[in-house]
Ligand binder design. Structure first.
Ligand code: 5AD
Ligand code: SF4
Length: 446
């Protein structure tokens, strides 16, 4: 059966910022084909679910969404359904078996082929592309142009670290770095389109390396310094990093590149050396803490962020207490914490001594209570500080805009006359666990 080519699209992203970036690239690819974003996602001719496989819960959400979308067949006016992202990569044939209403299954390194895949579906075929060809997609996608005040820029993809719990090395493939010139060109285009802040993205963003325009090998710090020299770039951030790739140069950049914001997301996952070893993290509790000390030495006000997993197989009460004591020692400004989720095909899924859910629930509750208390304390101690806020989106109240402080806190600003994209100097006040108020500092008329 052949069907009409879709004219309107809707893309739903799950999971990490990399998926948000990929979703933006897919949208620009569809725009270049003459398609338009659907006003109402329920009316789209094609729906792309850009999925996450990191934990079971994230993956399961996709199947319920497919069920909902598939209730109306295409013959009855239902949408073409495409599953993209890491669930597609990990479960390719399983998706077709579990959800026959899915028309397209496309992995995170193959979505530049979507136009051809859509054409195949209109000819009555199902389309599956799970190639992991490294950087091909970047050379084949239309150049990235659309952006908000804060833009994501993927510099590196994939992971060679093989932490024993993690699917990323299998779903995103090996570590590959995009080229110096492609990245600087994209950064300049983003700035020309209105971006003030650029967040460099990668599963192991600080593993980025490449030759600069003089043929010298550079690491992420070199790239950050090159971005610093672009006039319109006002703020630079990067995530997510691995402790083993925190080079001397990158730590130094935190001290002397003014546009590099005082924020570091550096996951540790656990505080016990025994568990870190079983996780194959290849750093220790102490080596991690030493890195944070060095960053704090060059940038004393740096806000620290991390990721944690509780209930990794074999985690004893004493191991968990090591995580709690590390957390208390660091005082994170914010953090993400998760219950361990066994992922098919990863070594940890087959390890003995899987931890009962009730124990994981208890530990997660304790950990999150501590993290929330630390986050609240961090926000409280920024009260009274004067800083710049980049306004990114409208708030709920009339005339209210929401932006980010240098320390990545959400700041609510009531200031008639300001618009999204403005950088406003405020005094921070009224802190809560999740946000602060920013009172604009009125400049005296000249
Ligand atoms: N179970 C729970 N959390 C996980 N993460 C990665 N894999 C798993 C898993 N199997 C977490 C890690 C990582 C973040 C992106 O997701 O903390 O840093
Ligand atoms: Fe997963 Fe570890 Fe790679 Fe991070 S470093 S993406 S947790 S394997």
């Amino acid at each position: 059966m052949s069907t009409k080519s879709p004219k309107t699209y809707s893309i739903k992203n799950y999971g990490c910022q990399m998926n948000v970036y990929d979703g933006e690239r897919m949208a620009e690819l569809f725009d270049a084909q003459g398609m338009i974003a659907a006003d109402d996602k329920n009316d789209a001719d094609i729906v792309v679910l850009n999925t996450c496989h990191i934990r079971e819960k994230a993956a399961e959400k996709v199947y319920s969404e497919i069920g909902r979308l598939g209730k109306t067949s295409r013959a009855e006016g239902g949408p073409m359904i495409a599953v993209a992202g890491c669930v597609a990569q990990a479960e390719g044939s399983e998706i077709s078996r579990r959800a026959p209403t899915v028309d397209i299954v496309v992995g995170p390194q193959a979505y530049h082929n979507l136009p051809q895949m859509i054409a195949d579906v209109t000819q009555g075929k199902r389309a599956v592309d799970l190639d992991l060809p490294g950087l091909d997609k970047f050379s084949q996608l239309p150049p990235k142009r659309k952006t908000g005040a804060s833009a994501f820029l993927t510099v590196q993809e994939g992971c060679d670290k093989f932490c024993t719990y993690c699917v990323v090395p299998y779903t995103r493939g090996a570590e590959v770095s995009r080229s110096w010139s492609a990245l600087l060109d994209e950064a300049k285009a983003l700035v020309d389109s209105g971006a003030k802040e650029i967040t460099l993205l990668g599963q192991n963003v600080n593993a980025w390396s490449g030759e600069d325009d003089k043929g010298q090998m550079q690491g992420l710090d070199g790239l950050i310094r090159a971005l610093d020299r672009i006039d319109g770039v006002r703020r630079i951030r990067y995530m997510t990093s691995h402790p083993n790739d925190m080079t001397d140069g990158l730590i130094a950049a935190h001290g002397d590149v003014e546009k590099l914001m005082p924020f570091l997301h550096l996951p540790v996952q656990a505080g016990s050396d025994r568990i870190l070893k079983a996780m194959n993290r290849s750093h220790s509790r102490d080596s991690y803490l030493r890195i944070l000390d060095r960053v704090r030495t060059v940038r004393p006000d740096v806000a620290l962020s991390g990721d944690f997993i509780v209930g990794f197989p074999g985690e004893s009460d004493a191991d968990f207490e090591d995580t709690m004591s590390l957390v208390r020692a660091v005082g994170y400004a914010q953090a993400f914490s998760f219950k361990y989720s066994p992922r098919p095909g990863t070594p940890a899924a087959d390890m003995a001594d899987q931890i009962p859910t009730s124990v994981m629930d208890d530990r997660l509750q304790q950990l999150q209570a501590q993290l929330m208390a630390d986050q609240t304390a961090f926000n409280t101690q920024t009260e009274g500080k004067i800083c710049e806020v980049l306004l990114e989106r409208p708030g709920k109240l009339p005339g209210q805009l929401i932006g980010k402080s240098p320390w990545l806190q959400s700041v609510h600003v009531l200031a008639p006359g300001l618009t999204i994209g403005d950088i406003v100097t405020v005094t921070m006040s009224e802190s809560g666990p999740l946000s602060l108020k920013g009172d604009p500092i009125m400049r005296a008329a000249a």
